[in-house]
Design a protein. Structure first.
Length: 419
């Protein structure tokens, strides 16, 4: 949260405005308040000032919350809006969320903790949408740059044919990626967090303790959708050479077991057997433990995602050349051998449609391959359709930071964009 939270309270009831301010002042938030009593006054204030969050009463003397939300859309104002009301009408709640409200709270159940949590959740969603918009802008700028480069190369007729194909392919892959990100992140994030909060507020009836705990877990885990954006950020860092490894000595078996346990709940949900087989006489490894954990998470997550029944096994063993082998073996749908090289390319997936059965950004294996290369290792896959897959990472016992000098490339050489 920012150091100073600028909040606009739009409510015609002075008592309610005072209660809201008192509730926020008892929290850990540093808040500055601006007040408006009706729609016209609020619109005038919004025309000349920026706010971190808007707390909006549903019923106002000259309109209602839907009027304010419509005005915000018209002026392209993207401040998070939380609607406060004395009524618990589910239809009103749905209409408000569809109109752009970040949350819907009942004044009767309002508390400092609930209000603070709602504001923090709304601002997290707002920041995620900002990052997506920035990515969209960068993508548009990249496409404009590629088009300009294409025009400059028209004189070189022998080269322009191949380069045009490369530009079209890159543009299509990025467009598919952007559509996937919009489908996989923004829509479910709003739905999961918004309706989970409605359930927690009791609008569909009181929840049993166990039910409340489960819904709270749904709300908390929805934040993990933001990890998909982190993949995009990691890709950008690696591509620009800004990602650096941090080397240390660690117990690779302990790391692997801990990582597997973190994902056990995903396997349990599908009824899969998740196990580890370790055959290492020396469990010490000198490398980047955080980035190796990221690689193992990607491989295990993929194995669980593409396995409907059976098992996923994490194996650790020593190679005859002294390297440590980390393999993830599953009994899933398998991969056509003709697609082995494609699956390690950025923005590539076997099924490129938005409606595909197994969603994702298509960056996990590309990032994993680059991280393994940075650790002076190799990654490979063995598979047949319908017979599961085995991904294997081979790493040296000791990775020296001074000897690393890799140029990472997420795409095959024939898919390289115009320099």
């Amino acid at each position: 949260m920012p150091n100073l939270l600028k909040v606009l309270i739009i409510d015609d009831d002075q008592v309610d405005r005072i209660a809201i301010q008192r509730a926020l002042r008892t929290s850990h938030l540093n808040v500055a308040f601006t007040e408006a009593e009706h729609c016209q006054e609020a619109k005038a204030i919004l025309a000349s000032a920026e706010f971190s969050c808007i707390l909006l009463d549903y019923r106002l003397p000259d309109g209602n919350a839907l009027d304010i939300l419509q005005h915000l859309r018209m002026i392209r104002h993207q401040t998070p809006v939380i609607v406060l009301t004395g009524q618990g009408d589910e239809k009103i709640a749905v209409d408000l969320m569809k109109s752009g409200a970040s949350d819907y709270l009942s004044k009767a159940n309002l508390s400092p903790e609930l209000l603070t949590k709602s504001i923090q959740g709304a601002m997290r969603i707002y920041r995620a949408e900002q990052r997506t918009e920035e990515a969209n802008l960068q993508l548009r700028n990249s496409n404009l740059l590629l088009q300009a480069q294409n025009r400059q190369l028209e004189a070189q007729k022998q080269k322009i044919h191949l380069q045009n194909l490369q530009l079209i392919q890159a543009s299509n892959l990025k467009s598919q990626f952007l559509a996937s990100m919009s489908h996989e992140l923004r829509t479910p994030m709003h739905a999961i967090m918004g309706f989970s909060q409605i359930l927690l507020q009791g609008m569909k009836g009181d929840l049993q303790p166990q039910q409340r705990k489960m819904v709270e877990r749904i709300l908390d885990n929805s934040s993990h959708l933001l990890e998909m954006l982190n993949d995009l950020l990691d890709f950008s860092k690696v591509e620009s050479g800004q990602l650096k490894l941090e080397f240390s000595e660690f117990n690779v078996a302990k790391l692997a077991i801990a990582t597997l346990e973190e994902l056990r709940s995903l396997a349990d949900q599908k009824g899969l057997t998740l196990s580890t087989h370790i055959q290492l006489s020396d469990r010490k490894l000198v490398s980047d433990d955080n980035r190796l954990r990221q690689v193992i998470v990607n491989l295990l997550s993929n194995a669980i995602k593409f396995t409907e029944k059976g098992s996923v096994t994490l194996n650790l063993y020593e190679q005859s050349d002294g390297r440590v082998a980390i393999s993830v073996q599953d009994t899933g749908i398998g991969i056509d051998p003709t697609q082995f090289e494609d699956i390690f390319d950025a923005f590539r997936q076997v099924n490129q449609t938005v409606s595909r059965k197994y969603p994702g950004t298509g960056l996990g294996l590309a990032i994993s391959k680059s991280l393994v290369q940075m650790m002076q290792g190799e990654i490979s896959v063995e598979s047949q359709l319908g017979q599961g897959a085995t991904f294997t990472v081979l790493l040296p016992r000791i990775v020296s930071e001074d000897t690393i000098n890799y140029e990472l490339n997420f795409t095959q050489s024939q898919e390289t964009l115009i320099p």
